[in-house]
Design a protein around this ligand. Structure first.
Ligand SMILES: Nc1ncnc2c1ncn2[C@@H]1O[C@H](COP(=O)(O)OP(=O)(O)O)[C@@H](O)[C@H]1O
Ligand SMILES: [Mg+2]
Length: 274
């Protein structure tokens, strides 16, 4: 990395974040606590992709939700481009939506089933009052092309598309306001194995072509391998190991990372797993 980029401000900086949930078990005076995220510090630099990996329940989604403002941390601070966004007002939330957007595991939940694709892509532009009607139409046409779908898809309802196509629409929507960073939380896990690699390639192309920063979250360490510059390995809400992707894969230090690497074969080579 050049000196210039080393001096830049992180797009997202999680500073010693912890999130504790009260569970329904336990009593009113003595609720049981789940320490979903424990003292996690992550800096996402401009143009960088960080892969967060760990088994189900280790706190990946809670971390992602803190990053995009869906979850308040119990302690610690969140900064977007140097601005403290830990305590969010409605106005700040709206501003945050222009810096960081999210792609979730299941595109069905991210899209309105009653709205044609065109209107789903128009919606963020209207909410943020971006461009004239003519410019908005132009942007919608750009977006659908950017994610490799034909213009005819603009007239479709989400239910008329395949799972992979729906995830492309969700990605187009996430891109609509030209965010600096995308948080992708298990974006391929709900898809058929045959289209997972296509969605991975699309996200890789987008980050390369547009210089996007990305947090790519997966329970499968092999999925994040080729897309990530850095890897963060989480277990029980804590960071077990982090470093450049090459180093973590070729010379893992933590026994937990070694275990993850030794576990399932890559989903990109599904035949090996059968
Ligand atoms: N809203 C919530 N209330 C209570 N517990 C939660 C809530 N969300 C997550 N958890 C718990 O926090 C832990 C981390 O969950 P999560 O961040 O979803 O993990 P992951 O995405 O890695 O599977 C789990 O034990 C989960 O059950
Ligand atoms: Mg999750």
């Amino acid at each position: 990395m050049s000196n210039a980029s080393a001096e830049k401000e992180p797009i997202i900086f999680l500073d010693d974040i912890s999130v504790t949930f009260k569970t329904r078990t336990g009593s009113l005076l003595h609720p049981n606590l789940v320490h979903a995220v424990n003292h996690v510090t992550i800096k996402l630099m401009p143009g960088e992709t960080i892969g967060i990996v760990g088994e189900s329940g280790c706190g990946k989604s809670t971390t992602a939700n803190v990053m995009c403002g869906l979850q308040s941390p119990t302690s610690g601070k969140v900064y977007f481009k140097g601005q403290d966004v830990t305590k969010r007002t409605a106005d700040l939330r709206k501003q945050m939506g222009r810096v960081v957007s999210v792609v979730f595991q299941d595109p069905a939940t991210a899209l309105n089933p009653r709205m044609i694709v065109h209107d789903q892509l128009l919606d963020p532009l209207l909410v943020h009052k971006v461009g004239s009607p003519k410019e908005q139409e132009k942007r919608i046409n750009e977006l659908i092309g950017l994610v490799g779908l034909p213009k005819s898809a603009l007239r479709a309802l989400p239910g008329q598309l395949s799972g992979g196509q729906r995830q492309r629409v969700a990605i187009a929507r996430a891109m609509s306001l030209n965010p600096s960073a995308i948080i992708a939380d298990e974006p391929t896990s709900a898809l058929d194995v045959s289209v997972r690699a296509q969605i991975l390639n699309l996200l890789t192309d987008l980050k390369k072509d547009l210089g996007l920063s990305m947090m790519f979250i997966s329970h499968d360490i092999q999925t994040v391998r080729y897309i990530s510059d850095k890897i963060v390995v989480m277990n029980h809400g804590q960071i077990m190991e982090e470093g450049p992707a090459k180093q973590v894969f070729e010379n893992p230090q933590d026994p937990y990372t070694k275990m993850l690497l030794g576990a399932a074969p890559s989903l990109l080579h599904p035949k090996l797993g059968q």
